[in-house]
Design a protein around this ligand. Structure first.
Ligand SMILES: NC(=O)c1ccc[n+]([C@@H]2O[C@H](COP(=O)([O-])OP(=O)(O)OC[C@H]3O[C@@H](n4cnc5c(N)ncnc54)[C@H](O)[C@@H]3O)[C@@H](O)[C@H]2O)c1
Length: 353
């Protein structure tokens, strides 16, 4: 069987994880790159020995009918357009998270995939972790009992990367759409993918971009333009999300907050036991009349190997094997939740979904 010919649209930071995943998959041939930034495009092409380089995704799709699939790793504002154009051109698509700028765009992407009869996978990479697999087993085996409450936390003290991340017209929002999306999806996935029914949210834009602070650390976007940067996204989002099975999830996520330290964890509380991912998985329960904490001998924390797994899953499904771990419906549910949090924050009222 011929290898799948793969294109990558948007070859900045995260594209490297996709590219490495395709390179490691014996069923794939990296075939073409596209980026609106010529310098990034040329550098990435040189690094990976790719000569088919395009500054416009439409031109790439028109020039390469033989292309089988693409990864969409652009800024969030281009996810929908690039995905829909690629699907309409008959390509399978793997689109980074968040699926789109809002649920309406995400629904159009699903429609395009159905019309084209092509695979549309979404990059909820945390679903592919060893922690997630074990946590789901604990829930499915009945060890947690009924999961009724959870906390999803992704807090950065000073971690607005600047560039497009802080520019709402390119990102769609701040930490909620960039970081919160990971932990909301992870909690929802472990809890069995319930549907959201109502949301109360609050967002705050008080501190803006603090990259210039002397002790600032962390990832700075390649497009960061110092003090001239547009920064109009929230720096903190908080929400209470209620699901159709009674599960309630509390969320806190920030780019900038006067807090002691960064935090990234997901906690799920059940009638028989509680799951904590922080960053390794632990299980809090009762054992022979005592409170007990279970830790696992092999590492469970997210370590980046999950990116290759999501690419392998996408490729297998293209080949007709297995199911997508994260599909368009999952992407749409997340966008509905994010839309509702922003809407609730705007109005000051609960949003019923
Ligand atoms: N799953 C994860 O863990 C993870 C981590 C980081 C980023 N992401 C997601 O990946 C996407 C990209 O993030 P990044 O950190 O790589 O950003 P980046 O700025 O490093 O790279 C994005 C690239 O897309 C290019 N681009 C923008 N619009 C384009 C268009 N219309 N056509 C072609 N190229 C275009 C830019 O020039 C840039 O080179 C975002 O959606 C982000 O949310 C996911």
């Amino acid at each position: 069987m011929e290898k799948l010919k793969i294109g990558v649209i948007g070859v900045g930071n995260i594209s490297s994880a996709h590219i490495d995943g395709y390179r490691a998959n014996p069923d794939c041939e990296l075939y073409a790159f596209c980026d609106i930034n010529e310098k990034t495009l040329t550098e990435k092409g040189k690094k990976y020995g790719i000569e088919r380089l395009y500054a416009d995704h439409k031109k790439m799709l028109a020039a390469l009918p033989e292309l089988d699939a693409v990864s969409v790793c652009t800024w969030n504002n281009a996810h929908a357009e690039c995905t829909i154009d690629a699907l309409n051109a008959g390509k399978h698509v793997f689109c980074e998270k968040p699926m789109a700028m809002n649920a309406a765009q995400a629904k159009s992407m699903k429609k395009a995939a159905e019309k084209a009869g092509k695979v549309l996978g979404i990059g909820f990479v945390r679903r592919h972790g060893r922690d997630t697999e074990l946590a789901r087993e604990l829930v499915e085996d009945g060890k947690t009992g009924e999961i009724y409450y959870g906390k999803a936390t992704y807090i950065r003290r000073n971690g607005n990367p600047g560039g497009w991340f802080g520019n709402k017209s390119l990102s769609g929002g701040g930490p909620l759409i960039d970081l919160g999306v990971h932990v909301i999806d992870l909690a929802r996935y472990i809890a069995g993918n319930p549907k959201p029914v109502s949301v109360y949210g609050a967002t705050f834009t008080k501190l803006y971009n603090r990259i210039e602070l002397k002790d600032s650390k962390g990832y700075v976007s390649a497009g960061y333009n110092g003090k001239n940067d547009v920064c109009d996204v929230e720096d903190l989002a908080s929400a209470l999300i209620r699901f159709d099975n009674g599960f309630v999830l509390a969320l806190e996520t920030s780019y900038s907050l006067n807090v002691g330290q960064d935090q990234g964890k997901v906690e799920l509380f059940g009638t028989k036991g509680g799951i904590e991912i922080n960053p390794d998985l632990s299980f809090h329960t009762e054992y022979e009349g005592r409170l007990a904490d279970i830790h696992f001998p092999s590492p469970t924390a997210f370590d980046g190997s999950e990116y290759a797994k999501e690419i392998d899953n996408f490729v297998s499904v293209i080949r007709g094997k297995g199911r997508l771990v994260a599909d368009a419906d999952d992407g749409i549910e997340l966008m509905r939740i994010l839309d509702a949090i922003y809407e609730s924050a705007r109005t000051g009222h609960e949003v019923i979904l």
